[in-house]
Design a protein around this ligand. Structure first.
Ligand SMILES: NC(=O)C1=CN([C@@H]2O[C@H](COP(=O)(O)OP(=O)(O)OC[C@H]3O[C@@H](n4cnc5c(N)ncnc54)[C@H](OP(=O)(O)O)[C@@H]3O)[C@@H](O)[C@H]2O)[C@@H](O)CC1
Ligand SMILES: [K+]
Length: 270
């Protein structure tokens, strides 16, 4: 974690520039950045678990569902799963894209999770998500690793199994507030609550959601490097919950050097 209290907010382009600078200029592989992101996020999940369920949950009985998308945000989720397993927990990964169809860094991390004996429940069709999401109801922590900075509302709302998974996660909280089936867990989003546009804070369909709209309503968002510009927009706090910033193994002066190379410099949108 940085000790500078996230002094700036990053655009999507700036987030990408930081990753690219580390990979291309400094020679730090993308999987190293992803491992750092995931291990720091796992630490924050562990802290949340301890703080929220101090007297009833230990490593062996913690029920953790990690819902992974098909991009690098999903890759972070597979790292969180592996790290929590190192610490004695048995998280279950739910994958909206089959592990065999992943590419790049996310594929490396998903394969690593399977190699260490981790379990993956594949739910790449909407009906499958609806079937398995009942298991999230009894989780202590549901980790949202579906979409990060790669999603924008200009893409026209959410598609397929991802849309169903976002609806199911939103439903956990809604049922709770309606006095229906009680969800006593916490929802943690990695980098950005899935469905929120990191640049504008917009959510397709607004608060009404709809079949292809809505976003995950997180209790906590663990965001990488720095907050995103969209987090500062009025109304965004409804989706974000408490925001925690996690580093990806890059000292702050390196982040500033990466941003200095972009038009407008490191000021971001704060
Ligand atoms: N080394 C690095 O770069 C690091 C990156 N990091 C992490 O990477 C994240 C950015 O990753 P990213 O760029 O892969 O994008 P991401 O947010 O996973 O979304 C892509 C996925 O979304 C899907 N999708 C898109 N639109 C959709 C829609 N309308 N409805 C449904 N699905 C839709 C799209 O599907 P496809 O279009 O391919 O079918 C694809 O599967 C960043 O937030 C941080 O968490 C950290 O680990 C630090 C190091
Ligand atoms: K997310």
């Amino acid at each position: 974690m940085y000790d500078n209290d996230s002094p700036i907010r990053l655009t999507r382009q700036q987030s990408r520039a930081v990753d690219r600078y580390a990979i291309e200029e400094l020679g730090i592989p993308g999987v190293v950045l992803m491992e750092n992101a995931g291990i720091n996020a796992a630490g924050a999940v562990f802290d949340l678990l301890r703080d929220a369920f101090e007297f009833e949950v230990d490593e062996e009985n913690a029920r953790i569902a990690i819902v992974c998308g098909g991009g690098n945000n999903g890759g972070d989720g597979y790292v969180v799963a592996r790290q929590l397993k190192c610490w004695g927990m048995s998280p279950v990964v739910y994958a909206v894209k089959p592990v065999g169809e992943l590419t790049g860094d996310a594929k490396v991390m998903a394969d690593a999770w399977v190699s260490v004996g981790g379990s993956v429940v594949e739910a790449s069709e909407e009906a499958a998500v609806e079937r398995v999401s009942g298991e999230w109801q009894v989780a202590h922590v549901v980790v949202d690793a579906l979409l990060g900075t790669g999603y924008g509302v200009e893409k026209g709302g959410l598609r397929g199994a991802t849309a169903a998974a976002v609806r199911a996660m939103a439903g956990l909280v809604e049922e709770d507030s309606d006095g229906g089936a009680e969800f006593r867990g916490r929802i943690v989003s990695l980098d950005v609550p899935s469905g929120m546009d990191a640049d504008t804070g917009e959510v397709a369909g607004g608060t009404g959601g709809g079949a292809s709209g809505g976003a995950v309503r997180a209790d906590q968002t663990i965001t990488f490097v720095a907050e995103k510009v969209g987090f500062g927009v009025a109304g965004a706090e409804k989706w974000l919950g408490r925001v925690v910033t996690a580093d990806i193994g890059l000292p702050w002066d390196v982040v500033e050097a990466a941003l200095a190379g972009l038009e407008g410099g490191p000021g971001g949108g704060a």
